[in-house]
Design a binder for this molecule. Structure first.
Ligand SMILES: Cc1cc2nc3c(=O)[nH]c(=O)nc-3n(C[C@H](O)[C@H](O)[C@H](O)COP(=O)(O)OP(=O)(O)OC[C@H]3O[C@@H](n4cnc5c(N)ncnc54)[C@H](O)[C@@H]3O)c2cc1C
Length: 460
């Protein structure tokens, strides 16, 4: 990161980076490139954390993150370009509805459900824009959950069956995007711009960036952190494989891991930080089912496929699909599940039961006689002890201030990165990367010098 050589007379602190996901590896890489002695400690036997490119089906499948959200001005785009990684842009707005082999375009469905969507939009404006709602005496935006906001609308008998199932479908979509049940998601997360941004898939999988970040780093895999002890004399990290000592530590664990108290901080984190940990939304799930077929039975160009839910409870249970055939060069479909039902499936359903839900959904969409897949993978990010959920989201009542508080260093010994610490781009890979850049600069300024440049970051 240096604009010129570091001042050699300064002894740089020994840094222990806890976790080897995107934020941990990028922090470690930037600090190492600036001359800091760095060691990374990771519980899993693999790198990447919530980035996980699996190749057991013979093609690269991303079981965690798969899209670069918002290609423009995204450091991930620059990084792919600098490594020569091809990116495949996903056509915007091309959602295809299927039921019993019959197909409808998104505009047709929007037109059909216009009454429900208009009323939903109006309900949202009433809650968020006080001037729109003369009955709001507080004159301040309401912060309730998306489910609470839409409950009166969906229970209105005048709404009609079709409009109602489109609203359920939309709620399920919001649950899939946020990786959480609608009753845990704040209406602040209802951001129409999110649906309009251009997304892209890095060909070969996200792992290629992880491999680049990890080059030359000293990493202990299969080593879970149990206790983080910090004080005047530095940090001591108690792990499943012994004690590691350093001057400072960078904590990159997912918020769910910190909240679960599976890692003990000594002394314990102060009440303000603990409040932030408890308030930020985390603990919902977005899971994937990956199916590899011999031949495609869905049309070319239908990259996002969906169906209306049979019931409110089954919304977001494998009725959103993405076709990755063009990105991986084989007929590959990925189905998503989220919301309340997904939490139950993650924790208590067998692989066989989930497989049956998956094929039931595909048969309802296309035909009862679809082929048996040649390969099948599924994820359980909620039961996974090293993630305990998929990613953070805005819960009712939490604010940007909570994320700022989560990111605040403790006693000049502990620094915090990770997607949940980024105020704007939480829940994403680039949010994790930008949080790493933020803390690496903070550490560099504090212990080395102000003489840094962003020009030699890996993605520049
Ligand atoms: C299913 C799914 C789909 C997603 N889709 C997208 C997408 O398309 N686009 C996008 O931008 N983002 C997506 N995301 C979010 C994205 O993957 C994350 O925001 C990002 O990867 C988080 O990086 P991180 O470094 O903050 O955390 P992590 O990657 O979770 O890194 C933290 C590391 O800490 C380790 N760890 C945990 N506990 C311990 C312990 N006790 N001791 C030692 N190590 C420990 C973990 O194993 C992990 O490696 C998705 C996530 C999921 C789960």
């Amino acid at each position: 990161m240096h604009a010129s050589q570091p001042r050699l007379e300064r002894v740089l602190p020994k840094v222990l980076v806890l976790g080897a996901g995107m934020s941990g590896l990028v922090t470690a890489r930037i600090l190492k490139d600036s001359g800091f002695p760095v060691r990374v400690i990771e519980a899993r036997r693999r790198l990447g954390g919530r980035i996980w490119t699996d190749t057991s089906l013979g093609v690269p499948c991303d079981l965690g993150a798969s899209w670069i959200h918002g290609v423009r001005k995204n450091p991930l785009t620059l990084w792919c370009q600098s490594l020569g990684i091809e990116m495949r842009k996903i056509p915007r707005g091309s959602v295809h509805f299927w039921r019993s082999g019959e197909h409808h375009h998104l505009p047709y469905m929007l037109l059909k459900g216009r009454k429900g969507f208009l009323r939903a939009a109006l309900t949202f404006l009433h809650a968020r824009v006080p001037s729109f709602n003369p009955k709001n005496p507080a004159k301040s935006p309401t912060d309730i959950s998306i489910e609470e906001m839409l409950a009166p609308l969906v229970s209105d008998p005048k709404l009609g069956k079709e409009n109602r199932s489109l609203i359920w479908w939309f709620l399920g979509l919001v649950e899939a995007i946020n990786g959480a049940p609608a009753h845990e998601i704040s209406i602040r997360e209802w951001d129409i711009m999110e649906y309009l941004q251009a997304n892209a898939v890095p060909i070969g999988g996200f792992e290629r960036l992880i491999e680049d970040a990890a080059k030359g780093l000293d990493i202990e895999l299969d080593t879970s952190v149990k206790r983080v002890i910090y004080g005047d004399r530095g940090v001591k990290i108690i792990t499943s494989k012994g004690i590691f000592s350093g001057d400072i530590a960078v904590v990159t664990f997912p918020l769910g891991v910190i909240r679960s108290k599976a890692v003990v901080f000594e002394p314990s984190l102060d009440p303000a930080k603990q409040r932030a940990i408890d308030r930020i939304g985390y603990g919902g799930v977005l899971n994937k089912a990956v199916l590899l077929f011999k031949r495609r039975f869905w049309p070319h160009g239908h990259e996002r496929l969906t169906s209306l839910p049979e019931s409110p409870q089954s919304r977001a249970v494998f009725n959103y699909w993405a076709d990755f055939s063009r990105s991986v060069g084989a007929p590959l479909l990925v189905g998503f599940t989220s919301g309340k039902a997904a939490k139950g499936l993650d924790r208590s359903a067998s692989d066989r039961e989930i497989y049956e839900r998956v094929t039931f959904s595909l048969k309802n969409m296309f035909s009862q006689s679809i082929q048996t897949p040649e390969g099948f993978l599924l994820t359980r990010w909620l039961s996974d002890p090293w993630s305990r959920g998929s990613y953070s989201y805005g819960a009712p009542g939490n604010s940007e201030k909570d994320r700022e508080e989560l990111a605040r260093p403790v006693a000049n010994r502990l620094y915090f990165t990770g997607e949940a610490t980024h105020q704007e781009h939480y829940g994403t890979v680039h949010g994790a990367l930008l949080s790493a850049q933020r803390e690496a600069i903070r550490i560099h300024r504090r212990y080395c010098c102000n003489n840094y440049t962003l020009r030699n970051l890996p993605w520049m």
